[in-house]
Design a protein around this ligand. Structure first.
Ligand SMILES: [Ca+2]
Length: 136
């Protein structure tokens, strides 16, 4: 029983800060991508925006891997650089920046905009282009 208690303590001390440290990343994405903010205890954007698992950590989805590839110490810059690359991480026919603009998931091919990529691109350009997703 003492061993279990010790393991729980190790988890709480060593792993929880790791899990919670990524909470700010989720909040940064919400702010920077103009996503819907949490409502009380309801998370409108889950860790699965970038991660495979609901609680975050490894592995990441296709968009999360793109963000990671652009990470040089600052999550805001990494999110922006990932969108600026204009890649279609999940291969659903829509560049990540267009999916963020449309409010769909750039790392999930089952989530994609209902309008054409061309229409979204024109709308994004009118709104100020990918620079509207610069770190705030
Ligand atoms: Ca998608």
């Amino acid at each position: 029983m003492r061993k279990v208690g010790f393991l729980v303590l190790v988890f709480a001390v060593v792993l929880m800060p790791y899990v919670q440290a990524r909470g700010p990343y989720r909040l940064q994405a919400i702010t920077q991508f103009n996503l819907v903010a949490d409502r009380g205890d309801v998370r409108t954007v889950t860790c699965q925006y970038c991660h495979v698992n609901a609680n975050g950590g490894a592995p990441w989805n296709a968009f999360g891997n793109e963000v990671r590839a652009n990470f040089k110490g600052n999550i805001g810059d990494a999110l922006y650089e990932a969108l600026k690359a204009m890649k279609d991480s999940d291969g659903d026919g829509y560049a990540d920046a267009l999916e963020v603009f449309a409010g769909t998931l750039p790392g999930d091919a089952n989530s994609k905009p209902l309008v054409t990529a061309q229409f979204l691109m024109q709308s994004l350009e009118k709104a100020g282009g990918v620079d509207i997703f610069k770190p705030k």
